[in-house]
Design a binder for this molecule. Structure first.
Ligand SMILES: Cc1cc2nc3c(=O)[nH]c(=O)nc-3n(C[C@H](O)[C@H](O)[C@H](O)COP(=O)(O)OP(=O)(O)OC[C@H]3O[C@@H](n4cnc5c(N)ncnc54)[C@H](O)[C@@H]3O)c2cc1C
Length: 440
């Protein structure tokens, strides 16, 4: 899946409404967007730096900054732009090995350093623990020797800014202000920040949830649409993200150093909020839960790039948090963005590659639900029927499972290509869930 990373030297040889920001375009029909190193401008004998603007300092914006400070040379400036009055979507996040790998390269984050873990309120993650889905619990492992973390994204900006200032002083810049407008030209992007206009070669929009979904594909991959959130301070740490099935959906548990955050996912068309609140209190054995809830839909953009403007984070996609899929997709999107910026891919190829990566994740989500759980309830009845029917129409999913089965029968499953997960993960989950797609 992650074939797009190129070393830079090789490359150079060859829903919050106030997050709204209109994107207008001055591009003519069929614009010629000229990209790549050949455009390096000369000004009075001095090289003018090229500029990338990354808007937003939520997890997606900060990870994009790290990625591009790491991989772009010193003739680039990478600007972090955000409005401090507009909050990030703050939640304890569960990550994957790519997240740690990116932080290691770009910020010298060290998994073995207690100081670094403390700076992010982070704990070690070895996988996801599934309970209540089948009679026995199991761990979805992180493969290839990967280790990940759970981290507190309220702590993320200070950590990233201080490391980028130290490690990438020639690349890293920041601007505070409200982005009012983005205008796409054939050779640059104009960003209006408060009252002033700033020019960039490219912009990555990480301004969070879109203000409307007209240009997005709404996904039917999941039967849940709400998440109640509650944190507790007294808990027994295990190095896993909990995925606990309950009668009305499932609940994640993300252990940080300071607290463990639980997210109770359910469907408001099947379960009333009051019932969900009572059930969450019962499971967590608490008298009250926080008054914090996310109401969401799952969606993705078919246009990761338009002209010189890219999207990432919740501006590009949102899926429910089963198997912590978001950050893996953000890091993949960054690689696609890099290749497009360097002129190695067309706009159409970039957008197609993004959609091709997103659709297997939709299928992974449906796949977990389709076999039900240990609970018999209206929710699970709906969830299994809906996701089974959905997967029946996913030919790419069925073809990949048939390929895996064929490879497994020949004793060479690991030679299969990646479809959302690595083949070995599919084998482990298939066995634990008793589906028999791959095994007997
Ligand atoms: C309940 C729940 C659980 C989740 N769990 C996980 C998980 O375990 N693992 C995982 O990978 N993901 C998880 N996610 C996904 C999570 O939402 C994202 O990973 C993360 O929050 C991405 O946010 P973002 O960076 O896109 O935007 P945000 O965090 O919303 O940040 C938006 C940024 O844009 C800035 N901004 C907005 N408008 C303007 C403007 N006009 N001018 C200037 N700046 C502006 C804001 O200041 C802010 O900095 C979960 C999501 C939910 C809802």
């Amino acid at each position: 899946m992650f074939l797009f990373e190129k070393f830079k030297k090789m490359m150079l040889k060859t829903p919050t409404p106030d997050h709204q920001c209109p994107i207008s375009s001055e591009l003519e029909p069929e614009p010629k967007v000229e990209l790549g190193p050949q455009q390096e401008p000369e000004v009075s004998g001095l090289k003018k730096k090229r500029k990338l603007g990354v808007i937003g300092v939520g997890s997606a914006g900060l990870l994009s900054l790290v990625h591009f400070c790491t991989w772009l040379e010193e003739d680039w400036e990478i600007y972090s732009i955000h409005n401090p009055a507009k909050e990030i979507l703050g939640i304890g996040e569960s990550t994957n090995g790519e997240f740690v790998g990116l932080l290691e390269r770009g910020t010298h984050f060290c998994l073995g350093s207690q100081e670094d873990l403390k700076a992010l309120d982070a704990t070690i993650k070895f996988g996801s623990k599934f309970s209540g889905w089948r009679e026995a619990s199991w761990i979805n492992p992180l493969l290839d020797g990967n280790t990940a973390v759970h981290f507190n994204n309220y702590f993320f900006k200070d950590f990233i800014y201080s490391r980028l200032e130290k490690l990438w002083p020639k690349q890293f810049r920041f601007i505070e202000g409200d982005v009012k407008e983005l205008v796409n030209h054939s050779d640059r992007v104009t960003v209006t920040i408060d009252e002033s206009e700033h020019e960039f070669d490219f912009v990555i929009d990480c301004m969070g949830f879109p203000s409307n979904y007209d240009d997005y594909v709404i996904s039917d991959c999941t039967p849940v649409n709400r998440c109640l959130v509650h944190s507790i301070e007294d808990f027994e740490y295990e190095p896993f993200t909990d995925h606990i099935a309950h009668a009305h959906g499932w609940m994640f548990g993300v252990p940080l150093q300071s607290r463990k955050t639980y997210g109770y996912l359910y469907n408001d068309k099947i379960t009333a909020k009051e019932e969900a609140v009572e059930d969450m209190k019962r499971i967590l054995e608490v008298d009250e839960i926080e008054d914090k809830e996310y109401v969401f839909k799952c969606y993705y953009t078919p246009k990761l790039v338009e002209g010189r403007i890219f999207k990432n984070g919740n501006k590009a996609l949102f899926f429910e948090p089963l198997v912590a899929n978001s950050i893996a997709l953000y890091t993949y999107a960054m690689r696609l963005i890099y290749d497009r910026m360097m002129g190695n891919t067309t706009e159409e190829e970039t957008n197609t590659s993004f959609v091709d990566a997103v659709q297997p994740v939709e299928n992974i989500i449906s796949y977990y639900y389709q076999g039900g759980s240990t609970f018999e309830s209206a929710f699970w009845d709906h969830a299994t029927r809906h996701t089974k029917a959905r997967l029946e129409n996913q030919q790419a999913f069925k073809d990949m499972m048939a390929t895996y089965k064929n490879l497994k029968d020949r004793g060479i499953l690991n030679m299969g290509s990646i479809y959302g997960f690595k083949p070995l993960t599919w084998e482990i989950v298939d066995e634990q869930m008793g589906y028999g797609y791959i095994g007997k």
